[in-house]
Write a protein that binds this ligand. Structure first.
Ligand code: PPS
Length: 275
């Protein structure tokens, strides 16, 4: 089933509820049974993050690494959220990320998730799939999440900054506590070796080096020139103006309130340097 967002009749903003100890909203739990039974393939690549930690950026890099040469119009005609489907998302009767993944014809399949590690369908572990986890510092992650919840009409109402800030500290966010998320994924590295844990800040500071590390994990060996070209095509300004990467094609995001790609800066580090 392809994603027909034009037909989407927007419901009121959802409320958070507790789901097996994690705050969630229905569009990520409605399809729980189905996506828990997802059948991964050994060459599937899962891109996992806490929301707003660089999912789109890493998805875009991987998509270019695998498909830039072979599928040239892919980058100009298919939005990134269809190239790299969001496994757990579902609007019953309209679309499901799991169906989108099942219908992918490309290989490897690139799959996005924000699930905390304990919610990842077991088949990914059984198939020993490659998993890339991206973590972002709490402050920038929280600020990005706040502006995202303001502009994304299918997220809970963020309210005022002060109450949002407290909720973030309390872990009452969609997909739960930032701390539990980054920490439990970090611990998973001890028992699961096919997990590449990377940091948003490193990607900002030295994109080429992080792409090289990614390639080494993925068993790819692009030339230095290819890495350089890729690194410049995925810089913030390029992605921000790319309609297929900046989410401007989604009707439930109000870009008059905030763009999806706001800053892409190391706010935290800039502040630290000034003080
Ligand atoms: S989502 O909705 O959870 O999938 O969002 P996600 O893609 O994880 O995170 C969005 C933030 O990542 C920033 N971003 C980038 N920063 C720098 N360079 C590049 N190329 C880039 N691509 C995405 C994006 O701007 C969001 O951060 P903020 O701070 O809100 O700008």
């Amino acid at each position: 089933m392809s994603l027909n967002l034009e037909k989407m009749d927007l419901p009121p903003r959802p409320e958070l509820f507790d789901f097996h100890g994690v705050s969630m909203i229905p569009c990520f739990t409605d399809n729980w049974e189905n996506y828990q039974n997802f059948q991964a393939r050994p060459d599937d690549i899962l891109i996992a993050t806490y929301p707003k930690a660089g999912t789109t950026w890493v998805s875009y890099i991987l998509d270019l690494l695998y498909f830039r040469e072979s599928l040239e119009d892919r980058q100009t005609t298919i939005p990134i959220y269809e190239r790299v489907p969001f496994l757990e998302i579902c609007v019953p009767g309209l679309f499901s990320g799991k169906d989108q993944v099942d219908n992918l014809t490309t290989s490897p399949r690139l799959i996005k998730t924000h699930l905390p590690v304990q919610f990842v369908p077991k088949s990914f572990w059984e198939q020993n799939c490659r998993i890339i986890y991206v973590a972002r510092n709490a402050k920038d992650n929280m600020v990005s999440f706040f502006h995202f919840d303001r502009m994304n009409k299918v997220e809970p109402d963020p309210g005022e900054w002060s109450s949002f800030f407290q909720r973030f500290l309390d872990g009452k966010m969609v997909f739960g506590s930032w701390y539990d998320h980054v920490n439990n994924w970090w611990k998973k590295k001890e028992s699961y070796s096919n997990l590449h844990y990377m940091f948003f800040e490193d990607l900002v500071e030295n994109t080429g080096k992080e792409i090289e590390k990614l390639c080494s994990f993925l068993g790819l060996s692009p030339s230095a020139e290819e890495v350089e070209t890729l690194s410049s095509s995925v810089q913030f300004d390029n992605m921000k103006k790319d309609k297929m990467a900046n989410f401007s094609t989604t009707p439930f995001m109000d870009f008059k309130i905030s763009p999806f790609m706001r800053k892409g800066l190391l706010n935290n580090r800039l502040i630290q340097e000034k003080t």
